[in-house]
Design a protein. Structure first.
Lengths: 358, 128
């Protein structure tokens, strides 16, 4: 049976359409995807993201283990900082993309739901003689994201440490209604916002309080259109064991000048590679939407493949992320995308498709 | 049009026959399932459509669905307004949201299609 988040009953009783996502029964939409999307772009949306994997790291060698598996540099992080990075295989392929949190007393990591068990097993395998205890706290906790220009205001005074006091990509262990929790100024929508991790039994109370304060519940479908506009990669689409961070445009999250890490040697070699397809954004003419797997062509030749495609509510047009041959990656380059047998003219554009006004 | 007087296909199209002109659209249930319609493709006037063949498609943010004709015949009119603004289908799928008018052979009937009651039973079973 599919896993259920602590908010499952709430979703069902509020008419959410549910789908299986990475083994979890998740709300895909409550009402209109476009309205939920716009709520996040203009006000504040609320997401149940309890399916995401939440791991804590304790022990003297917590940092050493993270450094060994993580492409970014956790040693250079400040207390309470949150940093994006990849976990790679020894060929440089991406095993997962993760957020690492540095606490004064240890570390935490948020991993994709689809990779949680794989990463837990990988950490155990890489642990060797390191003195570290990794705890998977996913099923004991509830994770809720509040995203949008009004998110910070709306979250004021909910927890002892306030999200509005945090810098972007900083987090704090604090208390909610007398229990330990984490508040984090992070997200996956292209908007400013807050992510909470609270005890599972407190999830419903926090969720309902956030709705009372004006946040609109949003499903995974809106989360997908939002992250696509923000050009954030999604594991299983833009990222996989056969794609490396450099071709994915995530070289900024790979630090070669830190100690050795799994995949470093391979990535050093790939750094000089010139033939691998690269991740780009394309805008399509016409309203037909190209979906994952659609072929990208130029002059009748296959030059790439779509990894995610949707209708962009902000731009009112079809957009995709795709991997294409390196000589077609310059913004302005024209190509075609096969939309179910009919070619749609397309143009390479700089990513992201959407950047929030600051 | 009054949903009670329409006939329904398993694939969620509705049909109305007056003389030898059959009007087709999709049901309120189908529209609600799609929610965010962004694109509708319809045939051209003069095209021939056949039972079971796709005569167009309707695309929402989530997915694309084919439109199937429950009759054979020639397209004599299409709802251009839907092509300009596909969201028009949402408010009034049985009225302003009609899709195509098809001239059918004399003697054609919609008897093989479901009544409203039968269709409601089908969607009730789909929802569970």
């Amino acid at each position: 049976m599919a896993l259920r988040t602590p908010l499952y009953d709430w979703h069902i009783s509020h008419g959410a359409r549910m789908v299986d996502f990475a083994g979890w029964d998740m709300p895909v939409q409550y009402t209109s995807i476009i309205e939920e999307h716009q709520a996040v772009r203009t006000a504040a949306g609320l997401f149940d993201i309890s399916h995401m994997g939440r791991l804590s790291f304790g022990g003297a060698d917590a940092l050493a283990l993270i450094q060994k598996v993580y492409t970014n540099n956790a040693a250079a992080m400040r207390h309470m900082q949150v940093r994006y990075g990849l976990i790679c295989n020894d060929k440089g392929g991406i095993r997962d993309d993760v957020l690492v949190y540095r606490w004064p007393y240890g570390y935490a990591m948020v991993v994709n739901a689809s990779n949680r068990e794989k990463i837990v097993a990988w950490l155990a395998q890489q642990q060797g003689t390191f003195k570290v205890e990794v705890q998977d706290q996913t099923l004991q906790t509830c994770m809720i994201a509040v995203q949008g220009p009004k998110a910070l205001d709306l979250c004021r005074n909910l927890t002892e440490a306030d999200a509005s006091e945090l810098g972007y990509y900083f987090a704090a262990p604090t208390r909610y209604q007398g229990k330990n929790c984490v508040v984090s100024r992070t997200g996956y929508t292209g908007e400013d916002g807050v992510e909470y991790m609270v005890a599972a039994e407190q999830g419903k109370q926090l969720w309902e309080e956030l709705i009372k304060r004006g946040a609109r519940p949003c499903g995974l479908a809106a989360r997908d259109t939002l992250r696509l506009e923000a050009a954030m990669p999604l594991y299983g689409h833009e990222l996989s064991e056969d794609i490396d961070p450099l071709q994915a445009g995530l070289g900024w999250a790979v630090k070669f000048d830190k100690d050795d890490f799994v995949g470093r040697e391979a990535l050093l070699g790939l750094r000089r590679g010139t033939v691998r397809r690269r991740r780009v954004g394309l805008e399509l003419e016409g309203k037909r939407i190209a979906r994952e797997g659609a072929a990208v062509t130029a002059g009748g030749q296959a030059i790439g493949q779509v990894t995610s495609g949707t209708f962009s509510p902000t731009k009112n047009m079809a957009i995709v992320m795709a991997y294409v041959d390196p000589k077609f990656t310059t913004p302005g380059t024209t190509c075609e995308v096969d939309v179910r047998g009919k070619p749609a003219p397309a143009r390479v554009v700089p990513l992201p498709f959407y950047k929030r006004p600051r | 049009m009054d949903p009670k007087n329409l006939r329904y296909a398993k694939t969620h199209e509705w049909a109305s026959l007056e003389g030898n002109i059959c009007t087709l659209g999709i049901t309120k249930f189908a529209v609600e399932q799609l929610t965010d319609v962004v694109y509708i493709e319809l045939p051209e006037v003069g095209d021939h459509v056949f039972v079971g063949d796709s005569f167009g498609e309707i695309e929402s943010v989530k997915a694309v669905s084919d439109l199937y004709s429950p009759v054979n015949g020639e397209v004599i009119e299409i709802n251009e307004k839907l092509i300009d603004d596909p969201t028009k289908i949402s408010g009034d799928p049985y009225g302003k949201g009609w899709m195509v008018k098809i001239k059918v052979e004399p003697g054609s009937s919609l008897d093989s299609l479901m009544t409203l009651k039968q269709y409601e039973e089908q969607i009730a079973s789909e929802e569970h």
